[in-house]
Structures are given as C-alpha cells and as structure tokens.
Ligand binder design. Structure first.
Ligand SMILES: Cc1cc2nc3c(=O)[nH]c(=O)nc-3n(C[C@H](O)[C@H](O)[C@H](O)COP(=O)(O)O)c2cc1C
Length: 198
C-alpha cells in the first residue's frame, strides 16, 4: 500500500528546510511510505501572497489537495516570537473547508521547529503548532525517550518534536543528535500512518 506523508514547512534561512529534508529521509526509510515535500509562500503584513505561483527553487507550494491526498503530515516552522511563522499560519487558516468536512480527522501529524536561541521558545512553538492540527482531529505523534538522542542532546530535540538551535546568526549546522531526531520523527510518523491506514 502506498502511503504518502506530507512534509510541509516554511523556512527563510534554511534551517527548517534542512530539517524537513531529514524528516522526509526518515519517512523514506519505511517500506511503503514516501514523502511529499511542500512549502508555503511568503506573506506581507497585509497578508497578500507576494511570491510567484511557482517557487524559483526548492519544494513546490502546498495546495489543499496535498493535505487530503497524504496520509500523514509533518509540519515545520521557524520560531517567531515563540510561535509559528505567519506564512505557515496563513496556509493553515485557508483549510476551513477541509475542517468542515473532517478531511484530516484521524490522520497522524508531527511538528518541528528551529530557533536562534536555546530557550527562545522551541516548546511553545511546537505545542502551539499542534493546536490547529488537533482542531482538525489529527493524531499527534511526538518523539519518545526510547530515542536515545533525546537524553543526550545539548542543543535541540524535544519529546514534542524535533528542534534545532541555529544561533543568533541563524547559521549553526544541525548537530548529529538533532539530525537523528528529525529522521526518527519522519520514520515514526510513516510507521504510524501505515498502521492507521491498514
Ligand atoms: C520575526 C522573527 C522572530 C523570531 N523569534 C524568535 C524567537 O522567539 N526565539 C528564537 O530563539 N528565535 C527567533 N527567531 C529566529 C528564528 O527562529 C531562527 O533564526 C530560525 O532558525 C530560522 O529558521 P530558518 O533558517 O528555517 O528560516 C525569530 C526570527 C524572526 C525573523
């Protein structure tokens, strides 16, 4: 059975994009699962789409049908003042018609984020990213402490989902522990999506 997982992210400086690629790698490790990687356009303060219809590079922009067609969702955002970034929130705010139909109810979902600073709001971002997904009836999939890197990391990585501490210049590379947790999250999400779909 083919089981596609939507890896949907927003990234300005590249950290969350790199995390998304690792989550997608974890999805691809699971037999029968594949990742569909999508991003969202920038928004301005007046919330107009300001990007071209097709991005110049990187993942295509997400459409509502991606959420419908995929059996699970990994949602990634940089932390913005302890919360998810506006472009991703704008996309989620466009999903009312799916919510009305219960189109995502029962599908598994995971979240991931990147911050500048260690205590700059990774957990608040991850937990608040879960709220719209819970309204949709999605089943939240975190990271258990059976994953050894959760106890070993001195940077990002939480039971609520993978995270990265990018530094004040937003240029710190992902640590090995952070990378492994991204892959583990994709793997776990795909395994659970397959079980739920069976
Ligand atoms: C408007 C704005 C608000 C931010 N708020 C936070 C914050 O609350 N805590 C933090 O640690 N980093 C904050 N950052 C930094 C980003 O979360 C961080 O650079 C992140 O790694 C960027 O991810 P990206 O490389 O995928 O764009 C903020 C950045 C911007 C532009």
């Amino acid at each position: 059975m083919s089981c596609e997982i939507l890896v949907l992210y927003y990234s300005r400086h590249g950290a969350v994009r790199q995390m998304a690629q690792l989550v997608a790698r974890g999805v691809g490790e699971v037999a029968g699962a594949t990742a569909r990687v999508r991003t969202v356009p920038e928004v301005t303060s007046v919330t107009e789409a300001r990007a071209p219809a097709v991005p110049d590079a990187g993942a295509p922009y997400a459409e509502l049908k991606d959420l419908v067609e995929c059996r699970g969702l990994a949602l990634g955002s940089p932390t913005r003042f302890g919360n998810m970034a506006a472009p991703l929130k704008a996309f989620l705010d466009s999903t009312s018609e799916l919510w009305l139909k219960g189109a995502l109810a029962g599908k598994p979902a995971a979240v991931f984020t990147s911050t500048s600073t260690m205590h700059g709001g990774q957990e608040t971002t991850l937990i608040t990213m879960m709220l719209p997904l819970l309204h949709h009836g999605m089943v939240i999939v975190g990271l258990p402490y059976t994953q050894p890197e959760l106890s070993l990391t001195t940077a990002g990585g939480t039971p609520y989902g993978p995270s990265h501490t990018a530094g004040t210049a937003s240029d710190a590379p992902l640590s090995d522990h952070e990378k492994k947790l991204c892959i583990a999250q994709g793997h776990r999400l795909a395994e659970i999506a397959l079980k739920l779909a069976a």
